[in-house]
Design a protein around this ligand. Sequence first.
Ligand SMILES: Cc1cc2nc3c(=O)[nH]c(=O)nc-3n(C[C@H](O)[C@H](O)[C@H](O)COP(=O)(O)OP(=O)(O)OC[C@H]3O[C@@H](n4cnc5c(N)ncnc54)[C@H](O)[C@@H]3O)c2cc1C
Length: 381
Amino acid sequence: MNILVSGAGIAGLSTALDLGVRGHQVTVVERAEHLRVNGSPIDVRGDAIGVTAEMGLLDGIRAKRVDMSERTRFVDRDGTVIARVPNEEANDSADDIELPREDLTNILAAALPPNATIRFRESIDALTEDGDGVDVRFTSGGSARFDLVVGADGLHSRVRKLVFGPESDYLRHLGLYVGLTELPAEDFRADDIGKMYNYPGHMAGITGYHDKALGILLFRSEFLDYDYHDLDVQKRIVTDAFAGHDEWEIPRLLTAADADPEFYFDSVSQIHMPTWHRGRVVLVGDAGHCAALLSGRGTSLALTGGLFLAEELERAGGDHTVAFDHYEKRQRPYVEFAQSTVDDGGNLLVPATEEEITARNTRLVSRPGKNAAGQGVSWSR
Ligand SMILES: Cc1cc2nc3c(=O)[nH]c(=O)nc-3n(C[C@H](O)[C@H](O)[C@H](O)COP(=O)(O)OP(=O)(O)OC[C@H]3O[C@@H](n4cnc5c(N)ncnc54)[C@H](O)[C@@H]3O)c2cc1C
């Protein structure tokens, strides 16, 4: 079949790979001008580990393993460590594979067969379906017809908006926003990695891997209405959110964010939809069921979804109606579990009040025998 995938994130790339190796002609359109490889390390967990084995990628993924979660600790305004988190709050099991988002993205892209290609700086402008196919007009001006369209274009999916309606019908804001920036290489200090500082409703942290340091700026906020494509607006929102605070490394993180052309900013939100397919269009990954970074499972869901979709299409002999139904039945239990796990993460990482920060630290410090190991929690995956 001739299949269009919108978005070259983990969901789009894994779907393109799983479809491509089964002989489909796959075109991936990605709005950015290159693969978006920034982001903190992510986790491959549970059945997603088996999925990467089926894709032939498990050894390559294991080779890129990092242990950032296990080095994370909370500090006070002077940078003194005041609490560490036991490992069981960081990982589901010892089998979890934590690796840089950049490595997983590159591994998937490198594994694409020749019949799966990526077109950068391209996006779907409009699509019209008839019984036999989908006519797509691209923002670059061209158009083409496809048998199926897969929306893998993330939390603010264009495909979802075009086919299923406005984002507001499906988005559940969890009350947090996150900014992420790469710190300048000349500033790198290994000892910074894994430190998190809180004041009420805010968390500033430094994570990283190898010789790369990433600044994290998390804060509590009501839902904000802003232009997702306007980077300057996003930087201003973060600067305003941390205004008046120059303790710990906050000024350094804000300066780095301001100078970063790849600055990542988004709401911590979930997408809840009664169905992920309509006619010849189907959603995979965050586009259909974002679980929010606090779940630690968005990447695993993207991996299972891509494989289930491709397998079901093969099993149904190309009957997309049957395949989409089966894909959804297999994927939904994973999504429901992931989406149900988020509550505690927000309270752990961004306590709302001074009392809650103190209570969190006391709880962590008083867990006998656990905090001494120097283990920590991953702020996101
Ligand atoms: C730059 C970046 C950094 C991230 N960092 C983290 C992190 O540190 N921690 C964490 O937990 N999660 C992070 N995430 C989210 C995480 O990658 C996802 O939750 C998970 O991997 C599922 O991925 P996805 O492919 O469904 O969505 P996404 O990772 O959001 O990928 C969607 C892709 O679609 C592209 N796209 C969007 N709109 C269009 C359009 N109209 N046309 C074409 N392409 C489009 C985007 O540029 C992106 O490449 C990040 C996402 C991005 C894009």
